[in-house]
Ligand binder design. Structure first.
Ligand code: ZN
Length: 417
């Protein structure tokens, strides 16, 4: 069985030019004592925005692995796929994120819900879980309500999993189940019911992405109650350990945090909790590597800085069109967006200071950063001109990509510094 390593980081690389710089960050982590394997993730939606094909992600990953002589594990994630979008990924991925969030809340067949309740009397009443002080107390009606909400989604995951297994062979790929792109977070008792249903469906899930409490906006820090997050994350880890033993799920099953990138305030909490359960982690980042490309170009000055400014000024003109599809995952304050004429006069240091995610920097501007995060389509429209700039300024761009991943993500999460 293809096994996902204990610690893994999902990295996005929209324009497929930074795989080496990303892998370099994993090498720095390994040299510092943390084995974290890279998983290059790209969703169907992202491929269609950029106009790329799944084969390109595998090719870039293979090139990087051979160029840097990486001997550790690595994977290519068909991110957030569904039955209708999975096929083009089948030859090029060994990791599949089965996105069943759309089926949450849609009713499963009554007979299936009844059968689930009959099969799982242990889910009703007081449920004692190791390391959770107060047992969960559930009634039959509550468990029925949870099953009604999630059973169809789990059945959908089973369908997608069987479809992939029919093409790739059972055990030849890693399955993640994602439920994060939905309205309300799943509670730990709900996660327990979901895991029991996943075991019934015989999906060898190795990582699961629930929706956590709080806001996970793209490319900026967590907004929410840190105490509540810590309790929820702790209890999710306990529930997973319980479900592995009770339902025979894969022993390496772990949480996947679809972070939207840069959830710096959560990293110390996660780093503290994982060892208490000897738990692994998959941290999925969003496409912020693209922002490091813009930072690198701006740092290069000259034509690089001019290009980065041009993208921002263009983005400002298309503000509503660019931000509309991301309304639920970005919070831009239009009053905080600098004007086109201001930015046109900025130096390299002003541009990178506003964009780079250093919250202690006096020029850091989260609204500016979030707008540029969703502006990647404008660079995609520039096609070869953009790719040529990335090549010309490869060294400075790569340094920013590597430093961002290593210093701001891998270090606090896996090395605790
Ligand atoms: Zn997600």
């Amino acid at each position: 069985m293809l096994t996902l390593e204990k610690f893994s980081i999902g990295v996005g690389d929209r324009f497929a030019h930074q795989a080496k710089a990303q892998l370099h960050a994993c090498i720095l982590a390994r040299n510092a004592g943390a084995d974290v394997v890279p998983v290059w993730n790209k969703s169907n939606r992202e491929h269609s925005f950029i106009g790329s094909e799944p084969a390109s992600v595998l090719a870039a990953a293979k090139d990087a692995v051979s160029a840097l002589q990486w001997t550790g594990g690595w994977h290519v994630d068909a991110d957030h796929i569904r039955l209708e979008t999975v096929d083009r990924f089948l030859p090029h991925s060994d990791f599949f994120t089965l996105d069943v969030a759309d089926s949450i809340g849609k009713p499963a067949a009554t007979a299936d819900v009844d059968a689930f309740l009959e099969r799982h009397p242990e889910l009703i009443g007081a449920i004692q879980i190791h390391k959770i002080a107060t047992p969960f107390h559930t009634t039959r009606d509550e468990v029925r309500r949870i099953a009604e909400k999630f059973l169809l989604a789990v059945q959908d995951a089973g369908k997608i999993h069987r479809h992939i297994a029919a093409h790739k062979g059972a055990g030849n790929f890693i399955a993640e189940i994602s439920m994060d792109e939905t309205d309300s977070p799943q509670t730990p008792p709900e996660l327990l019911v979901i895991l029991a249903a996943i075991a019934d469906e015989q999906i060898p899930v190795q990582t699961i992405a629930p929706k956590f409490t709080g806001r996970f906006n793209k490319g900026v820090d967590y907004v929410g109650d840190l105490v509540q997050f810590e309790k929820e994350f702790h209890d999710d880890l306990a529930v997973i350990a319980h479900a592995i033993a009770r339902y025979g799920l894969p022993a390496n099953l772990k949480l996947s945090v679809h972070s939207g990138s840069d959830k710096f305030s959560l990293y110390p909490i996660i780093h503290r909790l994982l060892p208490q359960f000897s738990a692994g982690l998959h941290i999925k980042t969003a496409g912020t590597t693209w922002l490091e490309e813009l930072i690198g170009l701006a740092e290069a000055d000259g034509d690089g800085l001019a290009f980065s400014k041009e993208i921002y000024i263009h983005a400002l003109e298309h503000l509503d069109e660019l931000t509309g599809p991301y309304a639920t995952v970005i919070d831009i304050d239009p009053a905080k967006l600098p004007s086109a004429s201001e930015v046109a006069a900025w130096t390299s240091a002003q541009f990178t200071g506003a964009l780079r995610h250093d919250q202690s920097h006096p020029l850091f501007n989260p609204s500016f950063r979030q707008l540029l995060h969703v502006a990647f389509k404008l660079a995609a429209k520039q096609g070869q001109r953009y790719l040529d700039l990335l090549k010309t300024h490869e060294a400075v761009v790569a340094r920013n990509v590597t430093e961002n991943l290593f210093d701001r993500h891998l270090k606090p999460l896996f090395l605790g510094v």
